[in-house]
Write a protein that binds this ligand. Structure first.
Ligand SMILES: Cc1cc2nc3c(=O)[nH]c(=O)nc-3n(C[C@H](O)[C@H](O)[C@H](O)COP(=O)(O)OP(=O)(O)OC[C@H]3O[C@@H](n4cnc5c(N)ncnc54)[C@H](O)[C@@H]3O)c2cc1C
Length: 382
């Protein structure tokens, strides 16, 4: 039913992997960062992002005309994988590099592309997602935020919630209603706006997650005057555009590698206390990781070909979230019986962080139940 084309790494991707590993080893040695679980959401360091930008590791697949590097999708995958495996502080640029930039490349005007994309690729411009609202999460079409046309542009009013990184972002892509729903069809009349977060009338306040980090936010738009060219793509096409954006959001390796840094740190310890039960657990985790990696690479390949593999991305996220939560739970089982004093330095903090982030994995980017519904519909089961 779902096809995942094969994407192979060539020698240039292997060389890049070595280069990235060298960079990360140097950064770790010079205390450039402390590995973090859930690093792509919770560990933001604009300076680290700028270093990545300087090395050409952001906007890698975009055309050089817009500050990108014309590299194949496999190269971007290598950098992403290595950063996650190291628990590097990549959260500042993550959303801009993963989805906003590609989205602007697809739907933006020439001016939007020229103004914003080179800054994202340099690690100097960060972005946030403005979809969810207090009363509209899974049921996204229920959003109340509206944008009204004026002589000079638009006036935006409403409230967005859970926007990761909005407090340090320069722009947010906001989904807003621009004309009424047509009866029960609420997906019409929605549009996307590229909102400069420094505009007057915008109030951003942090929300703490279970671990106490205020990484996501509530954002109030109080009659914010937007210029005409803040519209992203076509008026009324917001729903379809959002669905395309979600394919970029749901299929990457971050959907199954969030806990990898914890596993990697634990493996030498588990090896020192190896027994048949632990060997089976590790083998099973690694086999599942390989399958998901193949699938995620397949989606990346389809995106590069210009396809819109929205449902295949849902499959990756649904299976990936289950696996990354499973990794942490299985690790707890494997660690039982290993004395605490044998644990490597900082490992208990990393494990605690991973445990506290577990509930968010299956919520952010679309809940497991919603993903299963989309997959079932594609299979003709509902
Ligand atoms: C860490 C984190 C970061 C996030 N970052 C962002 C962000 O940057 N930008 C943004 O816009 N949003 C963001 N979100 C919001 C996220 O997209 C929503 O939490 C998610 O879509 C669920 O919406 P909700 O929280 O309103 O829950 P609800 O939609 O109220 O769902 C509550 C529960 O009911 C279930 N449910 C709801 N409807 C159905 C149904 N039809 N069938 C079966 N079960 C159903 C859900 O699966 C869930 O278990 C983030 C969330 C988290 C946790």
């Amino acid at each position: 039913m779902f096809q995942f084309p094969r994407l192979e790494f060539d020698p240039s991707a292997d060389a890049l992997r070595e280069e990235v590993r060298g960079f990360l080893a140097d950064e770790l040695q010079s205390d450039g960062f402390t590995p973090a679980a859930d690093c792509w959401v919770s560990a933001a360091d604009p300076e680290f992002s700028r270093k990545m930008g300087a090395r050409g590791w952001l906007g890698m697949t975009w055309p050089s005309e817009f500050g990108g590097h014309d590299r194949p999708v496999a190269h971007r995958f290598v950098v992403t994988e290595e950063m996650l495996a190291a628990g590097a502080p990549v959260a500042a640029h993550w959303i801009a590099d993963r989805q906003t930039g590609s989205h602007i490349l697809r739907y933006g005007t020439q001016e939007q592309k020229q103004t914003i994309l080179p800054r994202i690729a340099a690690g100097e411009c960060f972005t946030a997602i403005g979809m969810s609202e207090p009363q509209a999460g899974s049921d996204l079409a229920a959003i109340k935020t509206s944008a009204r046309r004026t002589d000079n542009g638009w006036v935006l009013s409403g409230r967005k919630i859970w926007s990761t990184g909005a407090h340090f972002s320069h722009y947010m892509i906001v989904l807003a209603r621009t004309s009424p729903a047509e009866g029960r069809n609420r997906q019409v009349g929605l549009s996307q706006f590229l909102v400069d977060l420094s505009l007057p009338g915008i109030d951003i306040s942090g929300i703490r997650d279970l671990g106490g980090t205020p990484h996501f936010n509530e954002t109030l738009f109080d009659n914010v005057e937007l210029p005409e060219d803040a519209l992203l793509g076509t008026e009324g096409n917001g729903w379809a555009q959002c669905m395309g954006e979600l394919a970029l959001e749901r299929s990457g390796p971050e959907r199954f590698l969030t806990s990898l840094v914890v596993l990697e740190k634990a493996l030498p310890l588990i090896a020192a206390y190896a027994d048949a039960r632990r060997a089976v657990e590790v083998g099973s985790i690694l086999a599942n990781l390989r399958v998901l990696r193949r699938m995620s690479l397949g989606v990346a390949e389809m995106l590069e070909r210009g396809e819109s593999p929205a449902t295949a991305a849902c499959v990756v996220k649904e299976m990936g979230n289950r696996l990354e939560n499973d990794i942490v739970q299985r690790l707890r089982g494997m660690l039982a019986g290993i004395p605490r004093h044998a644990w490597p330095d900082g490992f208990d903090g990393l494990l605690r962080e991973a445990i506290l982030h577990l509930p968010s994995n299956t919520l952010r980017g679309g809940t497991t139940e919603i993903l299963r519904g989309i997959i079932a519909r594609e299979m003709g089961m509902r």
